[in-house]
Ligand binder design. Sequence first.
Ligand SMILES: [Zn+2]
Length: 393
Amino acid sequence: MTADGDRVPLRERTAEELLALVRAGGASTRQELVNSTRMARSTVNQAVARLIREGRITESDRAPKGPGSGSGRPAVRLVAVVDASAVAGIDFGHSHVQVAVADEQGAFLGHRIARLDVDAHAPAALDLAATMLDGLVRTTGVTLGSVVAGVPGPLDARTGAVTSPTILSSWVGLHPGAELTRRLALPVRVENDAVLGAYGEARHGAGAGRGRADFLYVKASHGIGAGLVVGGRLYTGATGIAGEIGHIGLPGRPESCRCGKRGCLEAVVSVEAVRARVALVDPSRGVADVLLDRRGGPVVERVAHEAGRTLGTVLAQLCDLLNPGALVLGGELATVPGFVDGVRAAVERDAQPAIAATVEVRAAALGDRAELHGALELAAASSPARADGDAPH
Ligand SMILES: [Zn+2]
């Protein structure tokens, strides 16, 4: 303990003084700290290294704003992490980016969404997410302590890299966590989106996920992915890729998949496939509004029921393997009338009777925001401001 100010070690006082300068906006690079304190460069470097180690300052590689910053390579900017209690979630869908900020309990403070072909434009999607989040932080006036992002593809838990060469082609080899950390000057944790959906439902959903020790969350949207909760914990497999069920093959189906194979589950059951099928059966219907308006109607309901049954035949086999208490269906398709009923019908028909009799099949309580809520919940659970240690893994 160092109760008296004059007994605080000099090194610590130096660090506090520099941190105060950065917080007050008096200096934002190491050189500016040297200039305004007249401390030795090595002293400043040591103190900054210590503050970075302690997570009280982060580095951003963005060039300082405004004129007169000189020519040549821009200096690394230092950003103070000040009493940060708010959290942010980022949800990369296949065709949208959405961001939200919440308080340390995970309660929504603000939200933004933009449409973009995320699969094909990874750097643009990462830039857009960072810009949207910066804007949201400015308008809500919060200071972020923790950020979690979800990506709709396989992520190697050992390296943080997107692994599949075919599923998110423009993302392959990218480390989304490192890329976002660099853009936001904040540590960002990245998870598969369906895993976050499962976490959101387990933590926050008022429906089947909440309180269930064993359930399977399935995100059915532009792709199909699953998040698995076993014994009350997220199960992500040996390398973090468990739940990639979208490319399970359906025998005899000719549809070609973006992964290069034919007859994959998500080539047959997806927002695009349902839209195309509705347009085929009822050409008078505008294709674009089929799912967005969520009005349903007999044709939409019939097509969605059929898609649900196709998904259900695969989920029935997974139910036989896992004996889950619930199948929680999220993503855009689960909000279309008829879809969840179709899944339930196939599970009741195809799973072992004793297993089918006890599994509850229902839509995600958080709707198509389960992933975003999961990201916020996970960010809140791992926030330095809430050290109750209940983050999974
Ligand atoms: Zn595939």
